[in-house]
Design a protein around this ligand. Structure first.
Ligand SMILES: NC(=O)c1ccc[n+]([C@@H]2O[C@H](COP(=O)([O-])OP(=O)(O)OC[C@H]3O[C@@H](n4cnc5c(N)ncnc54)[C@H](OP(=O)(O)O)[C@@H]3O)[C@@H](O)[C@H]2O)c1
Length: 454
């Protein structure tokens, strides 16, 4: 079935010379050669010198002196369509780390779809993801190219975390709402690289285009969720049970989760694989029958109230200044100042990366018995809390996640749809991604279950 079996590169990491790219190389090297499906790796980018430097860094951090067998360097530039075509024609999967995606992503998606090659990225930009779906879904379906964005910290912990929590609700209980709360932890300063900051700033600039795009598209199917929609709730809240002050976050996660839930509503058994055996069809259907849709939102948590005010200040800077070009110039010229030291041109040090970790709490409310709804009860009487934890989000968790997604594509392609543009949850939900993440340091735990007083 796989006509692309003999391509030179199993995986190509595009943008391998970037800050995140070099950590993705390091993660890929842990698995290169360990299974028949992953024997060759290409590192692609504009400068072979920089690619070699990143490879050297990744090898030294994996305890090896010389590059392992099976690694090649490939020159490709977003501005040179022929170089992208050559890269995609030689690769089974392109793992795209070249961002901001709204600036650089489309030619890469277009080249992958043209070549019928699979595409994964670490994008957290809703406008880009939805535009790619609108423009390339049908072509990707025909070409047999799976295009899956948001295969990093944005938004796999949210997608799998929501499914994990919703699967704790067994009949006759029903879930109504799940709120995720992200808490970044470190005994050093938490720092992100400029690339992520620039992507967030440009995201604000593109908010209008996203609204226009949504208005121009057919309305998406909405899942039927038992009970009334949750009240809006306060912007800032003290969540005693988590020991955190939290603030609402306009995160890509909520958008991505809603896309997966819409596709699930349209396809209650999930998406059929291109070459699925009957046992897997049953497994897929059984999995999706246990996932219940819920209203979903994301909050950011901090131990202290001043910490929350710092998050709000950063949001106001980006939200206000990101709306006009001089404001964006200021934000991008002085990232450290306007992000209160959270983002730096040179990114975090290795120590800062290694000492950081995350907790993502999922606090769900629902009903201990669905009959309560027909009896007129509207206020949830049950709470289930679960948690996803893992290492530093941008440069440790993200590489772990995207490389496991790539390994699933390489080894289980027949169980996945032939092609199309999709969010990660609807594709990887019924696979063994959660178990793979568990084995690589990203854990999923049920924390508590309790009844709430009336
Ligand atoms: N999902 C998540 O949780 C997550 C986590 C981390 C990062 N990210 C996203 O990943 C993206 C990259 O972030 P970063 O911090 O790694 O940025 P970065 O260090 O600036 O890396 C950008 C990469 O893009 C390459 N590039 C730029 N223009 C190019 C072009 N015309 N042709 C080919 N390659 C080009 C750069 O190549 P050169 O070396 O040649 O300049 C570099 O390799 C951002 O959008 C960020 O938001 C997401």
């Amino acid at each position: 079935m796989d006509q692309r079996r003999d391509l030179p590169y199993d995986v190509t990491i595009f943008g391998a010379s970037g800050f995140t790219g070099k950590y993705v190389i390091r993660e890929a090297l842990k698995f290169l050669g360990s299974s028949p499906s992953f024997q060759t790796l290409a590192l692609a980018g504009r400068s072979s010198g920089k690619l070699a430097e990143s490879l050297g860094w990744a090898c030294s951090r994996s305890g090896s002196v010389s590059p392992p067998k099976g690694v090649s360097l490939v020159t490709a530039d977003v501005g040179d369509p022929d170089s992208l075509r050559r890269m995609c024609e030689q690769s089974k999967i392109v793992v795209n780390c070249v961002g901001p995606f709204r600036k650089f992503g489309e030619p890469v998606v277009a080249a992958c779809v043209e070549a019928g090659c699979d595409y994964l990225d670490i994008c957290g930009e809703p406008e880009f993801m939805e535009r790619m779906e609108a423009k390339y879904h049908e072509r990707a379906k025909e070409a047999g190219s799976l295009v899956i964005s948001a295969c990093g910290f944005d938004s796999v912990p949210a997608e799998l975390g929501l499914m994990f929590n919703s699967r704790q609700w067994v009949e006759p209980t029903v879930v109504n709402r799940i709120e995720a709360c992200v808490h970044l932890v470190s005994d050093k300063k938490i720092v992100g690289n400029f690339g992520t900051y620039e992507s967030a700033v440009l995201g604000v600039a593109n908010a209008k285009q996203l609204q226009e795009l949504r208005r121009s598209r057919p309305k998406r199917a909405r899942p039927v969720i038992p009970g009334p929609p949750p009240p809006k709730g306060p912007i800032v809240e003290h969540q005693k049970n988590l020991g955190l002050w939290t603030v609402k976050l306009p995160s890509a996660d909520a958008v991505v989760v809603r896309r997966s839930l819409s596709i699930l509503t349209e396809n209650p058994d999930g998406l059929a694989g291109v070459d699925e055996d009957p046992a897997h069809i049953e497994k897929r259907k059984a999995f999706w029958s246990t996932v219940k849709p819920a209203h979903f939102g994301v909050r950011m948590g901090q131990k202290s109230l001043p910490g929350i005010f710092a998050v709000i200040t950063l949001g106001i800077f980006i939200g206000v200044l990101g709306n006009f070009s001089f404001g964006r110039w200021l934000l991008l010229k002085f990232p450290s100042f306007f992000s209160l030291g959270w983002f730096k041109k040179k990114g975090p040090t290795e120590d800062e990366v290694e000492s950081a970790s995350f907790n993502m709490w999922f606090v769900a409310h629902g009903y201990s018995n669905r009959d309560l709804l027909t009896q007129g009860r509207t206020k949830p009487d049950m709470e289930i809390t679960t948690r996803v934890t893992g290492p530093e989000v941008g440069y440790l968790a993200t590489p772990i996640i995207i490389i496991q997604c790539a390994l699933i594509l390489l080894s289980q392609r027949g169980k996945l749809p032939k092609g199309g543009v999709f969010p990660p949850g609807i594709i990887f939900g019924p696979t063994d991604l959660q178990e793979r993440l568990q084995s690589n340091g990203i854990t999923f735990e049920a924390i508590s279950q309790k009844f709430l007083s009336a």
